[in-house]
Design a protein around this ligand. Structure first.
Ligand SMILES: C[S@@+](CC[C@H](N)C(=O)[O-])C[C@H]1O[C@@H](n2cnc3c(N)ncnc32)[C@H](O)[C@@H]1O
Ligand SMILES: O=c1cc(-c2ccc(O)cc2)oc2c(O)c(O)ccc12
Length: 238
């Protein structure tokens, strides 16, 4: 049996009615199909003090499905950490595919990099150590980048999600997909504020505001999915 998810990728994973149900999904449908290199990266991440930040394997499986459905070749990743979502993207896009991967901190990426190299997909990745917003703005300076990306995954500073969304609406192709992580913020978005732990309040408020903006954005079709910590899938319509 696969190692307990709670130990491998952090406590209280998922927003389902019980840990057992979450475990059931992982063991029945996710772990048996998880590529070996992703498993290895997940395990090397498990001892990191911030391992709970890694994309959950069930959300990752959905991302692979979306990458395949849009035939993603050119992608953007905002928030890399040790590279779980980055590696699954690199394993999914074709040989000549490219990922622009942005993170303010290269250190955690260095933990996953040996696995990424072993998987033979490092050449598809352009890792940029930087705040993400100026990188996206720089990409937009080159008009050739407009409408050229098939897929984006955003899993970084919540305060900038709407700023990222505005840039991605120009960088993505019509029909391209952006996925935003943590859009249920541990379930706190639906809790009365008085019951929310103080440490979660700022993220909760930002997430509530983002969710309203995305729901009202006519440029995208959306699906708000209760996977991992909540993901919102946005497909650019025009
Ligand atoms: C939740 S982790 C990303 C997890 C990753 N997707 C995975 O699969 O493991 C968030 C990352 O966003 C990065 N980050 C935070 N603020 C950022 C910013 N303004 N620009 C770029 N990266 C940022 C952090 O350094 C951290 O590595
Ligand atoms: O503290 C977290 C926790 C998560 C998280 C929780 C549950 C899941 O099933 C998946 C992920 O994700 C985080 C994250 O993406 C982030 O940017 C900061 C903190 C956390």
């Amino acid at each position: 049996m696969e190692q307990n998810t709670k130990m491998v990728s952090g406590p209280s994973k998922g927003l389902l009615q019980s840990e057992d149900l979450y475990q059931y999904i992982q063991e029945t449908s996710v772990f048996p199909r998880e590529p070996e290199f992703l498993k290895e990266l997940r395990h090397v991440t498990a001892s990191h003090p911030r391992a709970m930040m890694a994309t959950s394997p069930d959300a990752g499986q959905m991302m692979v499905m979306l990458l395949n459905l849009v035939n993603a070749k050119k992608t953007i990743e905002v928030g890399v950490f040790t590279g779980y979502s980055l590696l699954l993207t690199a394993l999914t896009i074709p040989e000549d595919g490219k990922i622009i991967a942005i993170d303010v901190n290269r250190e955690p990426f260095e933990i996953g990099l040996p696995v990424i190299k072993k998987a033979g997909v490092a050449d598809k990745i352009d890792f940029i150590e930087s705040e993400a917003l100026p990188v996206l703005d720089q990409l937009l300076q080159n008009h050739g980048n407009e409408g050229s990306f098939d897929f984006a995954f955003v899993d970084a500073d919540k305060v900038n999600y709407w700023n990222y969304h505005e840039r991605l609406m120009k960088l993505l192709k019509v029909g391209g997909v952006a996925v935003y992580d943590n859009t249920l913020w541990g379930g706190s978005v639906a809790m009365p504020e008085a019951l929310v732990p103080e440490s979660m309040k700022p993220g909760r408020q930002l997430t509530i505001e983002l969710n309203k903006l995305l729901a009202a954005d006519q440029r995208v079709q959306i699906s708000h999915v209760s996977l991992g910590d909540g993901i919102t899938i946005c497909r650019r319509l025009y």
